[in-house]
Design a binder for this molecule. Structure first.
Ligand code: RB5
Length: 144
């Protein structure tokens, strides 16, 4: 596995899964930074998504994880930041291929959509899978 530096954030709708994913990261000694939110109080997902996306785009972190109720708002915002390839995943196949083919640098999850154990499997696969490069690199370069 490459050296992982993960930045993670959620709104209130993804708060519980954020805490669960942080437990996963701590148990594996994966370096991470939590931009919040830090309570269950209602907050605005665009602020969190923009913060995480900016930190990945700048190279401060090489992976980002964003969680909200559906993952949709987070992915819409993150993908507006240049250099970000945010993948909203609800299954493990997409999680793996978003890394192998799309070199996704942000994973988005929907706490109100998928179960907790599936979310953790998705995180595990997404963090462990490398980019295949080759023909996929040419296509990813076309995005930029
Ligand atoms: C918050 O209620 C909800 O809209 C948010 O978590 C997310 O699902 C937006 O895409």
């Amino acid at each position: 596995m490459e050296d992982l530096k993960v930045v993670i954030g959620s709104d209130h709708g993804g708060f519980h899964y954020k805490e669960t994913v942080i437990d996963y990261l701590k148990a594996r000694n994966i370096e991470f930074y939590d931009v919040g939110t830090y309570t269950r109080e209602s907050c605005d997902y665009p602020v969190i998504a923009n913060d995480v996306a900016g930190r990945v785009a700048s190279g401060e972190f090489n992976r980002g994880i964003l969680i909200c109720g559906t993952g949709i708002g987070m992915s819409i915002v993150a993908n507006k930041v240049k250099g970000i390839r945010a993948a909203l995943c609800g299954d493990t196949y997409s999680a793996r291929v978003s890394r192998a083919h799309n070199n996704a640098n942000i994973l988005c999850l929907g706490e109100r959509v998928i179960g907790e154990h599936l979310a953790l499997d998705i995180v595990d696969i997404w963090l462990k899978t490398g980019f295949e490069g080759g023909r996929h690199k040419r296509r990813v370069d076309m995005i930029e």
